[in-house]
Design a protein around this ligand. Structure first.
Ligand code: CA
Ligand code: CA
Length: 333
């Protein structure tokens, strides 16, 4: 039995070896951000190798919870082998408030929430509610210091940040496709979370809906009421709201907060049925009939169901709230 397990371990290592070796051959790189405040968390990117992975969730995954779209997992199926043909560089962290501030300072950019004069909050009801005056500068949640992920930014705002970075650097920057996002989140794993299948084993890897949040808002964690709290992590992560980026352990490819902290905008148009017809190689949904854009994974307000590597949803490109941010991708040179 012991020998069998050992052999199985060797096979796993060999199967994942190519990707890890290619990743390891490219040290993390710090990218100059003009106007970034002194002492601020720099923009650092990790190399994500080309390769294949199983995109989506198997039938036995998903905890059986429902959400406002129906069963939480129907839009992640069928699970299918997917190929990413080009390696790329991805933000090691979610973009921070200080990094976003450098962009705004250079461009006088006005965000969707600033134009609208309001943004969505999950406080105090556990349901999303529009609150006047909420912006990335005034997030309405605890975000002491500038190294928390920027929130109250729309898909349009995230795209504008990427455009500025491309102009400044001469490289091509964009939001990840959702296939790139899930591939990078999994980092060679095929379990529900990059740390395995058990949500409880995620302590130290994730800032999600945990006992810290439960202690602050005990009335919101009743599974039979409220919109968003269908599950919770049964441990304490120490944060009610967002945590400074990189506070929790990275996945196998060096990326922090791929699970939790803030949900992340992706480049694709959102179609709940996309997995029934998407291509197997470099999928990207650019069907203009779909208004919404993809948002991947959970945030500080999410339990295990939304925090699985396969979980996916969508929002209008001008939508913003206190749980969605983004990270950037640089096309490989
Ligand atoms: Ca938390
Ligand atoms: Ca995240």
């Amino acid at each position: 039995m012991k020998m069998g397990l050992r052999l199985f371990g060797i096979v796993l290592v060999l199967a994942a070896g190519g990707g890890y070796a290619e990743h390891a051959a490219h040290p993390d790189e710090t990218v100059a951000l003009p106007g970034l405040a002194e002492g601020a968390t720099p923009l650092t990117v990790c190399y994500i190798p080309s390769g294949k992975f199983m995109m989506g969730s198997p039938l036995n995954e998903g905890y059986g919870y429902q959400d406002w779209h129906g069963p939480a997992t129907f839009r992640e199926r069928p699970r299918r082998e997917t190929t990413i043909t080009q390696g790329f560089w991805m933000g090691k962290h979610e973009v921070t408030s200080e990094q976003f501030a450098a962009f705004v300072k250079a461009t006088d950019y006005v965000t969707s929430a600033e134009k609208a004069g309001e943004s969505f909050s999950t406080e105090p009801l556990g349901m999303q509610e529009k609150i006047p005056g909420l912006t990335w500068r005034n997030p309405g949640i605890e975000q002491a210091g500038g190294n928390h992920p920027v929130v109250h930014v729309s898909h349009d705002d995230a795209k504008a940040f990427c455009g500025w970075l491309s102009r400044e650097s001469g490289d091509q920057w964009m939001l990840p496709s959702e296939a790139q996002w899930e591939y990078a989140c999994r980092a060679g794993t095929s379990t529900a979370f990059f740390w395995g299948d058990r949500a409880e084993a995620g302590k130290g890897y994730v800032n999600g809906c945990d006992s810290t949040l439960k202690a602050r808002f005990p009335e919101r964690l009743n599974h039979t009421s409220g919109m968003r709290f269908y599950s919770q992590f049964e441990f304490e992560d120490g944060y009610v709201h967002t945590s400074p980026v990189g506070s929790f352990s990275a996945n196998g490819w060096g990326l922090h907060d791929m699970i939790g902290n803030v949900s992340e905008w992706c480049r694709d148009r959102y179609d709940a049925a996309y997995y029934t017809w998407r291509p197997a190689v470099d999928p990207l949904n650019d069907n203009e009939k779909a208004d919404f854009r993809v948002v991947r994974n959970g945030s500080w307000v999410s339990g295990p169901t939304w925090s699985r590597a396969a979980s996916r949803g969508g929002h209008h490109p001008a939508h913003s709230d206190d749980g969605i941010g983004f990270r950037v991708v640089r096309v490989s040179r």
